[in-house]
Design a protein around this ligand. Structure first.
Ligand code: SF4
Length: 381
């Protein structure tokens, strides 16, 4: 036990160095005990890595000084509605060919992962939620798979009283009976990605061995054995999974997906600059996509063209932004950013991604180029 503890202490020492924080010995010992037991952390090399992606993993604790507002990969995102996105972790066990954030071990653009202390994340969520007022949805979605987060139960327990709906987006692979029992205590809706019903195509689409039978069983368990609402959310990849879309609709209706919310959320594939782009001969336009959804709606008698009202989402004032586009600022770099040449700075209690070649600890002058949805991007000047 003692040697295990000493071992853990070393590891946390690496974590501390990596995020450059000073914490009290008591707090340090608490974190050492709490974090290093979890399977998301890999200590195969001299760096602390995300076990799933093998990328360096930065722990974001309150003491790290890294705010939880301002970055798209971790923390809390307020896009001006009563739905608040909650992002506790980055990294994925799959490598989907359409992934908009180029996630998984095969990623060519992501170089850092983050994991947020649940207590800290819940505190910031509570703050945003109380600003929004009644009827808030906590939507746990990630740049990656949320259920790799080892403190999910603690997070859910802490945010449950500040949200009237808790939804979670998942590929379903880590769900089993035991986990479902835990989720059922807190979660209103699971948005489950399911992109094909064909085993060989599933391996191709997900860029990994994909346990299709397991995911189908999970979908059925959620719909039939729990009070959790199930929304099946395939991404339509023209020329790749066209024939799966009607089969997935059949499957969702068959198992009884969608109790209070719609049963299906079919998504159009959208090309993102830093996302993966599968080889698709002819991309659908939005007009094509909605026309085809309307035809399927008629054929199956189910609502497929969705609006935010279907989920009780409405506009609400945003948390005021303390940073303006075009501002010229100077700040110290406190951690590595998510992608190449991106570093994290802190300004007025917001985290700002700055494109620079400078290193952690350096000061950088930059201009704020983007402030949309309270997510900040600066470029060195
Ligand atoms: S699309 Fe989702 S499940 Fe697939 S690699 Fe990206 S984050 Fe993971």
């Amino acid at each position: 036990m003692i040697s295990e503890y000493e071992d853990e202490q070393d590891k946390v020492f690496l974590l501390r160095n990596f995020i450059e924080v000073r914490i009290s010995k008591k707090r340090y010992e608490k974190l050492a005990k709490k974090y290093t037991k979890e399977h998301i952390i890999s200590f195969k090399s001299d760096k602390t890595l995300n076990h799933f992606t093998q990328r360096p993993l930065i722990f974001i604790t309150k003491e790290s000084g890294i705010p939880l507002l301002g970055h798209p990969a971790f923390g809390v995102i307020d896009r001006g509605t009563n739905l608040i996105q909650v992002r506790p972790v980055t990294g994925c066990n799959l490598n989907c060919i359409f992934c908009s954030v180029d996630e998984g071990r095969a990623s060519r653009t992501r170089r850092t992962d983050y994991i947020v202390e649940p207590e800290y994340l819940a505190e910031v969520f509570d703050h945003v939620s109380s600003f929004k007022g009644e009827g808030v949805e906590a939507h746990i979605d990630c740049q990656g798979e949320p259920l790799i987060y080892p403190y999910m139960e603690e997070l859910l327990e802490r945010i449950k009283n500040s949200a009237s709906v808790v939804s979670i987006q998942t590929n379903g692979i880590f769900i089993n009976e035991r986990k479902l029992e835990i989720l059922e205590k807190y979660v209103t809706r699971i948005n489950l990605s399911l992109n094909t019903l064909d085993e060989r195509r599933a391996d191709f689409i997900h860029g990994a061995r994909y346990p299709l039978k397991h995911v189908l069983r999970v979908a059925e368990m959620i719909a039939k054995n729990t009070t959790i609402d199930l929304l099946i959310a395939p991404v339509w990849l023209p020329g790749i999974n066209d024939e799966d879309i009607p089969r997935i609709i059949d499957f969702a209706l068959d198992i009884g997906a969608g109790k209070r919310f719609p049963p299906l959320g079919i998504q159009k594939f959208i090309k993102y600059k830093t996302g993966r782009k599968p080889k698709i001969k002819r991309y659908q336009t939005f007009d094509d996509f909605y026309r085809r959804l309307q035809a399927l709606e008629k054929e199956y008698g189910v609502k497929l063209v969705l609006h935010r009202e279907d989920f009780g989402i409405e506009r609400r004032p945003r948390i005021p932004s303390p940073i303006k586009k075009g501002e010229r600022l100077k700040a110290r770099i406190i951690a590595e950013g998510r992608t190449q040449n991106e570093m994290l700075c802190v300004v007025r209690n917001r985290v700002v991604s700055v494109i620079t070649e400078k290193k952690t600890g350096d000061f950088v002058n930059f201009e704020v180029k983007r402030t949309k949805d309270g997510l900040f991007l600066g470029v060195e000047i």
